[in-house]
Write a protein that binds this ligand. Structure first.
Ligand SMILES: C[S@@+](CC[C@H](N)C(=O)[O-])C[C@H]1O[C@@H](n2cnc3c(N)ncnc32)[C@H](O)[C@@H]1O
Length: 246
C-alpha cells in the first residue's frame, strides 16, 4: 500500500471515533431524506437515485476490482446501470476487461425508462430482466449470466423489506467473487426515524440492514467493510458494503 493510501486509511479510521463528525453526518442524513436529496442527481443523462458519496465508493470498488459482471437489482430510471456501464467502459479503455457487462433486474421497467436506457450509448454493456428479483425464473437467468465470470459484483437496491433483501442476499450474494463485494443499499433506513419511511413497507426493524445482519450470521464468508463507512460518513449503505472473504 502506498503512503497516500496508508494516510487515507489512518485518517478515515479516526472518523469512527469522531463523535462530532458522526453526529453531523447522521444529522445531514436524517434531514436530507424529507427533501428527497437522493433524487437530485443524474449520471451521463439518467437520473441516479443515490448519494454522491456512495457513487464515489462504487467508483473506487469498480476500478479496484475490475469486474467482468455487475449484477444490480432495482433499475428505476437506469442511472445506476449507466453509472456501472460507464465505469466498465473506463476500465476497458484503461486495459481492463473488454467485454464486461451490467445485468439489471427490476419488477417494473417503465416504458419511458426502458426506451431511454436502450437509447443510451452505453446500453451495449447492459442487459435488463423484467421480473421480481426473488422469483425462481429470474434467479436462474441471473445465475446463468454469472456462470464462468471471473469477477462479479452484486448491488441490491430494489424492495427494501427485510424478507425481500434477505431472499436477494441468499440468491445473489453467493455469485459475488471472492474478494469482491455485495453492496446492500438503503441499510440507512435502520438509522432513520420511522416517519422517514412514510407508507413504505420497510422501516426501522425491517429493512436492508436487518436483512444483512441476519445474512451475516449464517455466512461467515462475508464481512462488513467498515473502512468504507468510516470514509463516507454520509451513505445510504452503512454496514452494507459486504466483502466476500472466501
Ligand atoms: C430505489 S429504486 C432503484 C434505484 C436505482 N438503483 C438507482 O440507483 O437509480 C428501486 C427499484 O426497485 C424496483 N423493485 C421493487 N420491487 C422489486 C422486486 N421485487 N424485484 C425487482 N425490482 C423491484 C422498483 O420497481 C424500483 O425501480
Amino acid at each position: 500500500m502506498d503512503k497516500f493510501e496508508t494516510e487515507v486509511q489512518a485518517r478515515t479510521a479516526d472518523n469512527a471515533a469522531n463523535e462530532t463528525l458522526q453526529t453531523a453526518a447522521q444529522g445531514f442524513l436524517t434531514a436530507s431524506i424529507g427533501p428527497k436529496y437522493s433524487y437530485n442527481f443524474s449520471w451521463l443523462g439518467r437520473p441516479i437515485i443515490q448519494y454522491p458519496q456512495d457513487i464515489v465508493a462504487m467508483q473506487e470498488l469498480i476500478w479496484r476490482l475490475q469486474p467482468d459482471l455487475i449484477i444490480e437489482t432495482g433499475i428505476a430510471h437506469g442511472g445506476s446501470l449507466i453509472f456501472s456501464a460507464s465505469m466498465l467502459e473506463l476500465n476497458a479503455a484503461c486495459g481492463g476487461p473488454k467485454d464486461a457487462e451490467v445485468l439489471g433486474i427490476d419488477i417494473d421497467i417503465r416504458a419511458h425508462n426502458r426506451e431511454a436506457i436502450e437509447a443510451h450509448p452505453l446500453f451495449r454493456r447492459i442487459t435488463m430482466i423484467e421480473g421480481s428479483s426473488v422469483s425462481d425464473v429470474v434467479i436462474s437467468q441471473v445465475r446463468a449470466k454469472a456462470d464462468g465470470k471471473r469477477s462479479v459484483m452484486v448491488c441490491l437496491d430494489s424492495n427494501h423489506t427485510h424478507a425481500h433483501v434477505l431472499a436477494e442476499l441468499k440468491a445473489y450474494a453467493p455469485l459475488t467473487s471472492v474478494g469482491s463485494y455485495c453492496v446492500v443499499f438503503d441499510t440507512v433506513v435502520e438509522n432513520l426515524p420511522a416517519a422517514s419511511s412514510g407508507d413504505r413497507p420497510w422501516g426501522p426493524g425491517d429493512n436492508p440492514m436487518t436483512a444483512a445482519r441476519a445474512f451475516l450470521v449464517d455466512h461467515p464468508n462475508f464481512e462488513i467493510d467498515s473502512s468504507i463507512d468510516h470514509k463516507l460518513l454520509i451513505s445510504v449503505a452503512p454496514k452494507g458494503y459486504l466483502r466476500r472473504t472466501r
